[in-house]
Design a protein around this ligand. Structure first.
Ligand code: GDP
Length: 440
């Protein structure tokens, strides 16, 4: 799978950071050296790596991280945000503003251009559009046949005029589309093994003749930096509107996906994820970044937290924590909030840096929750609001009143103390999750 080795290396680096707790500037710098190497080994463009690592380092040795209770986590968050910014920052859509959207597909031979033309047609057809595929690669007779086979498979008509001039074919195709109510025209142009002037001139002529809404370059991500160089060349001549990276399902090291936007300024609009004609996905920078970081879990945790957590309550709690007012009534309230998100140990597992060990004694199952409720109910209001007054004799009374053992009461009070610490972390994650989601 793509990015496997990069993901593994980044995870190893982050694991080391998490093991350290508080981070020094030297720790961050060492980690960034390793991140730099991992990116270079993944075939990311040298200049892109340099600038990216400089930005991450600058932020990571800032207050945001150093003063945080979970510095390693903050570093990962920054890396994630910078990767998203590098590849995006936002998803780039197709320009459908005209009556007929003309899309020119360009690319080197073997990049996956013809297959991708069919995939795109299918993709748009699913979206309710009426695409027409156009065979304008007239040099390889097999190319016309190939597009016809693909057209059959996806159930779309293919416009072809044999080996005639591709400019004439393209113009006639648009005329045909207008008459037959097609609102998307996808032109499969000729590819070569290498970029040459003749090919570029032909593409420029087609562009001038049909004034396309989109010129999409199909590049093979397996070719790494070559893909990025090809993109740069095509962009200079044709002013591309976007890139489609194919074969991202293969064993690519990831360099092309990470550098293409930064080097060319052209957004990646789609990615090819397999040979089948359904294997095309819209490109979302944030999803790609989380995939590269192997961080799906953290992102889904943030989603969960933002969906299920009551922000106002979380803020009230944070206020209470700041003013040291967090009492056992809040503890009960918090337990029920956390329970809403799933089992506590499941949640803790999703958070990097939260080793279960550190939080021994905080695990709560349903039976325990009932016991806790009983214990807290046996306390007086003043004990609930100020648990520090609960001395030995009060503990004995509470245990007897709630039908529990004195050890249960002790454990609860310990859990309360630890939860106090944990909630501080949760409210931080929850808030930073909201912030980074707003940025996306
Ligand atoms: P063209 O010469 O640029 O038109 O390239 P083709 O469309 O003929 O594709 C070349 C080869 O790449 C074919 O065998 C395709 O099946 C394959 N291909 C295209 N896109 C993908 C993809 O996203 N993943 C994989 N695994 N193979 C792909």
């Amino acid at each position: 799978m793509a990015f496997e080795s990069l993901t593994q290396k980044l995870n190893d680096i982050f694991k080391k950071l998490r093991g350290k707790g508080k981070l020094s500037e030297a720790d961050v710098k060492q980690a960034m050296k390793e991140v730099r190497l991992a990116l270079l080994e993944a075939d990311v463009n040298f200049k892109v790596v340099k600038e990216l690592v400089a930005r991450i380092t600058e932020r990571a040795i800032g207050q945001e991280v150093m003063e945080s209770l979970t510095p390693a986590q903050q570093v990962i968050k920054i890396v994630n945000e910078e990767l998203v910014a590098l590849m995006g920052p936002a998803q780039s859509k197709i320009d459908f503003s005209k009556d007929i959207t003309v899309i020119m597909m360009v690319g080197l031979q073997g990049s996956g251009k013809t297959t991708t033309a069919g995939k795109l047609g299918k993709f748009f057809a699913k979206d309710g559009k009426k695409p027409l595929l156009v065979a304008a690669d007239v040099y390889r007779p097999a190319a016309i046949k190939q597009l016809q086979v693909i057209g059959d498979k996806v159930g779309l008509p293919v416009f072809s005029m044999g080996q005639q001039n591709p400019v004439d074919i393209s113009k006639a195709a648009i005329e045909y589309a207008r008459k037959n109510n097609h609102n998307v025209v996808i032109i499969d142009t000729a590819g070569r093994l290498h970029i040459d002037d003749e090919l570029m001139d032909e593409l420029i002529n087609i562009k001038n003749a049909v004034n396309p809404s989109e010129i999409l370059l199909v590049v093979d991500s397996m070719t790494g930096q070559d893909a990025v160089n090809v993109a740069e060349e095509f962009n200079k001549k044709l002013s591309l509107t976007g890139l489609i990276l194919t074969k991202l399902d293969g064993d690519t090291r990831g360099g092309a996906a990470l550098s293409a936007k930064a080097v060319t300024g052209c957004p990646i609009k789609f990615v090819g994820m397999g040979e089948k004609l359904d294997d095309l996905e819209s490109f979302y920078p944030e999803r790609m970044a989380s995939r590269i970081l192997g961080m799906g879990d953290v992102l889904s945790l943030i989603e969960k937290a933002t969906a299920d957590f009551d922000l106002k309550k979380a803020q009230e709690l944070e206020e209470k924590l700041k003013t040291q007012n967090f009492d056992l009534n809040d503890f009960m309230e918090q337990l029920s909030q956390v329970k809403k998100m799933g089992s506590l140990s499941q949640i803790l597992d999703m958070i990097p840096g939260f080793s279960q060990q550190k939080l021994k004694g905080v695990e709560v199952d349903d039976k325990e929750l009932v016991r806790i409720e009983a214990i807290i109910s046996s306390m007086t209001p003043s004990e609930r609001s100020d648990p520090s007054i609960i001395n030995g004799s009060r503990r004995r009374r509470i245990a007897a009143g709630s039908g529990t053992a004195i050890q249960d009461v002790n454990r609860l009070l310990k859990q309360y103390e630890q939860t106090k610490k944990m909630i501080k972390q949760f409210t931080r994650i929850e808030k930073s999750g909201k912030k980074s989601r707003q940025k996306l």
